[in-house]
Write a protein that binds this ligand. Structure first.
Ligand code: NAG
Ligand code: NAG
Length: 549
């Protein structure tokens, strides 16, 4: 018996070390530019991978990505028992404890103690992902089959970021090679008798989504958004500029969404949610020069209450979520109040509120206010990218660590303010940040070099992964209490399996020592190095068995 047991243990150790070692490391390329981090190069032959290791009871696994070049580097440790808020002094001989704060002056800055309250639970996570735009799918298709497969596995499989969300434009967006909509001809065709998907759907977007579904570890929930309807539905009869929907086409525009859901469903790509038009402010205050439709808030409310809501709810696709606004943080209150004034039923029809990234100078606490005002609606971040602003001199900034930091900060702030999921913009772009028919080039976590059959993963890719891979759908955010003078950016969850997942972000130029107390007298210590992101997964049976939901 003893022999069998030790054989089993030996086998387990061998298997664990085998799987632990099977990660393919980053094939790092240093750009040699001052201040930049490395990128990881993938092609038909090679691509880096990362497996998630389930920590054994009483232990933790940590993953580090740093400006200095670590990418999901694993480290291990065990839960310790003792009072977490007092520290043993360096000298063991003294055998005494001193209060944390008196430890030493430098320590005050470089040490943080965080106490988890796993019993205090907030929102339930839906997931993380990126967008299958025409531009992303066109770039992906430039790669050989083997490189395409590495790309898809990098984002969606168990050896990659395990994305479980996708956003897809309904028709064209600016990240298309030309502006287009469905049912452009004949004009004034309110019955949408000529509604047909585009070549971009059949040759690019649908194949990319289907490949993702084949390797994903969870159901991929897809959110779809219209940028502009056919121009004959609009007051200015143009793809962009100041324009609203003509009232006689309110119903046609609702049907335009239902038809998209039907067409994608026929292609076996179910749509989980639709938004009520991408960035409705763009057609009211036309800052931008790409596909748009303006909505005044009260008109949007009337359209949802009288057309979109009933059309979706009375259809076969009645469980499709309707997400309102789909625009910047600072516009949420204006739109939701206006919609309610336009028709209070609009609020009943919506399931959630979709939020974009480009107004994040407005405080994230706005999101908590919105959640308090609309407690039965989910908040979902549906678009984010770096480099889109007029003052962004560089649209693409290869290897930028500061862009990965901004992603990390924004995702943490959103999650700490009730957001249930975070969808990045283009899954990939070319080296110029396109194609984009309106010359609105931006950065993306992956850049594709089609002529070399190569793609590179930027630091932003790994920043996304520190959340997407380790916070599975169904995880609940839990309370974190700061127990030290200084702290570190953080967010914590309890997973459906009962593990604690905590993401830590050190923006300082020095290492931080972080003590995480899982419950009163149980804790772990980790060192979060300068300018790095760390995800820690802790298996503390005490937490999972002793905390109530
Ligand atoms: C229907 O749409 C296609 C493009 O998808 C177009 O070529 C054709 O002319 C349209 N039919 C009519 C009757 O307008
Ligand atoms: C939703 O549609 C399904 C059929 O697709 C139907 O069975 C169900 O009753 C509908 N639910 C509601 C609330 O209308």
């Amino acid at each position: 018996m003893v022999q069998i047991r030790s054989t089993l243990i030996l086998l387990t150790v061998v298997l664990l070390s085998y799987f632990g070692k099977c990660d393919q490391p980053c094939n790092a390329r240093d750009l040699g530019i001052e201040g930049r981090s490395i990128v990881c190069v993938c092609n038909a032959q090679y691509c880096d991978t990362v497996s998630r290791e389930a920590p054994a009871s009483g232990t933790f696994v940590a993953y580090t990505t740093s400006k200095s070049g670590k990418r999901f580097e694993k480290s291990y440790g065990s839960i310790q028992t003792g009072l977490p808020f007092v520290k043993e002094t360096q000298s063991k001989a003294q055998e005494k404890v001193t209060p944390y704060i008196l430890d030493n002056i430098w320590g005050i800055w470089t040490e943080a103690t965080l106490a988890l309250s796993a019993g205090t639970r907030y929102q339930t996570i839906e997931g993380f992902g990126g967008s299958v735009t025409d531009a992303a799918a066109i770039n992906w298709r430039k790669l050989s089959d083997a490189a395409q497969s590495h790309f898809i596995r990098s984002y969606f499989s168990s050896e990659g970021l395990e994305y479980n969300m996708i956003r897809v434009p309904i028709g064209g967006a600016d990240f298309s090679t030309h502006p287009y909509t469905y049912n452009e001809h004949p004009w004034h065709d309110a019955a949408l008798s000529n509604y047909t998907l585009a070549d971009e759907d059949y040759f690019y977007k649908l194949p990319m989504i289907k490949q993702s579904q084949l390797v994903s570890t969870d159901e991929i929930k897809i959110t779809a958004s219209t940028w502009s309807p056919p121009v004959w539905m609009k007051t200015n009869e143009r793809i962009t500029g100041f324009a609203q929907l003509r009232p006689e086409y309110y119903q046609a525009y609702a049907d335009y969404h239902l038809k998209f859901i039907e067409e994608y469903s026929k292609a076996e790509v179910p749509i989980w949610a639709i938004t009520t038009t991408n960035e409705p402010i763009n057609g009211v205050v036309p800052f931008v020069d790409f596909n748009s439709l303006g909505w005044f808030p009260s008109d949007l409310g009337r359209w949802i209450a009288n057309n979109l809501g009933p059309t979706i709810r009375n259809s076969r696709f009645n469980n499709t979520l309707i997400l309102a606004v789909d625009d910047q943080r600072y516009l949420l209150h204006i739109y939701l109040n206006g919609m309610q004034r336009g028709d209070p039923k609009s609020i009943d029809y919506i399931d959630g509120i979709a939020i974009h990234y480009y107004g994040n100078f407005a405080p994230a606490s706005l999101l908590t206010n919105i959640q308090n005002s609309y407690p039965d609606k989910i908040l979902l971040s549906t678009e984010a990218c770096e480099g889109p602003m007029p003052w962004d001199v560089m649209r693409v900034k290869v290897g930028s660590w500061e862009r990965a930091q901004r992603y990390t900060r924004s995702i943490m702030q959103d999650l700490n303010n009730f957001v249930v999921g975070w969808i990045d913009w283009n899954l990939c772009l070319d080296e110029n940040g396109g194609p984009n028919w309106a010359d609105n080039f931006v950065d993306a976590p992956i850049l594709v070099y089609g002529d070399k059959d190569e793609f590179i993963k930027q630091p932003m890719f790994y920043a996304m992964g520190h959340f997407s891979k380790f916070i599975p759908r169904g995880s609940r955010r839990i309370q974190v209490n700061q127990r030290s003078l200084f702290s570190i950016d953080n967010v914590a969850f309890i997973t459906p399996a009962g593990n604690i997942v905590m993401v830590l972000h050190n923006r300082n130029s020095y290492d931080m020592t972080v003590r995480i107390a899982t419950v009163l007298i149980r804790y772990i210590d980790v060192t979060v190095e300068a300018e790095s992101i760390m995800t820690v997964e802790i298996n503390d049976a005490w937490v999972s068995t002793n905390t109530v939901n």
